[in-house]
Design a protein around this ligand. Structure first.
Ligand SMILES: Nc1nc2c(ncn2[C@@H]2O[C@H](COP(=O)(O)OP(=O)(O)OP(=O)(O)O)[C@@H](O)[C@H]2O)c(=O)[nH]1
Ligand SMILES: [Zn+2]
Length: 187
């Protein structure tokens, strides 16, 4: 039986003037539905499950930065992808988090309909909530297909957003250390 999403994609094909019965398109509603479920799977994830207790005691209070975490998200205005890299830093307060978990947190929020600004804030707040560090800084750099492939058609533009919490907000030198350690070239 066809899922609701498959039926919607079949109607969409008809609506744009295509024949959903032609050979190349027979399985398209099924594939498109699967793809849409994949790029929105973040709605079916939660923070506790993905962090899975991977928080460890540590004495250090030196800045930890994970740079260049790839992400793919979906612009909530056009349902077009935007994609790029996330950079996440924190200052530990007795605890550190498993390295992969910062990428998983990014994935959980990226795989939803988003605007880049909110994605940035949600990642920062999730790290703050689960780890309770002295501060968190997040910088995202991304290219938006809605701006490259349609609309104003600016292919080389990208968007940089940041959100900082705790000492990254109150202490300028911490913030500067973070920004200086980033290597923002191409999204
Ligand atoms: N701030 C922000 N804007 C976004 C993001 N993704 C897409 N947009 C913008 O959302 C806006 C929607 O504008 P509208 O005028 O309602 O829609 P539109 O007619 O399709 O706009 P154009 O893209 O200018 O053709 C556009 O300016 C997009 O570039 C995002 O992550 N953050
Ligand atoms: Zn868009």
């Amino acid at each position: 039986m066809k899922s609701k999403l498959e039926e919607i994609y079949a109607s969409l094909l008809e609506e744009i003037g295509e024949n959903p019965e032609r050979e190349g398109l027979i399985k398209t509603p099924h594939r498109a539905a699967e793809a849409m479920r994949f790029v929105t799977r973040g709605y079916r994830m939660n923070l506790e499950d993905i962090v899975n207790g991977a928080i460890f005691k540590a004495d250090s209070d030196d800045m930890v930065i994970v740079r260049g975490i790839e992400f793919f998200s979906m612009c909530e205005h056009h349902l077009f992808p935007f994609f790029g890299h996330a950079n996440i830093a924190y200052i530990p307060d007795g605890r550190i988090i498993g390295l992969s978990k910062l990428a998983r947190i990014t994935e959980m929020f990226a795989r939803r309909l988003q605007v880049q600004e909110r994605l940035t804030v949600q990642i920062a707040e999730a790290v703050q909530e689960i780890l309770k560090p002295k501060g968190v800084g997040v910088v995202l750099q991304a290219k938006h297909l809605c701006m490259m492939a349609r609309g104003v058609e600016k292919k080389s533009s990208d968007m940089v957003t940041s959100h900082v919490l705790g000492v990254f907000r109150t202490d300028r030198s911490t913030r500067m250390e973070f920004m200086n350690l980033l290597d923002l070239k191409e999204a």
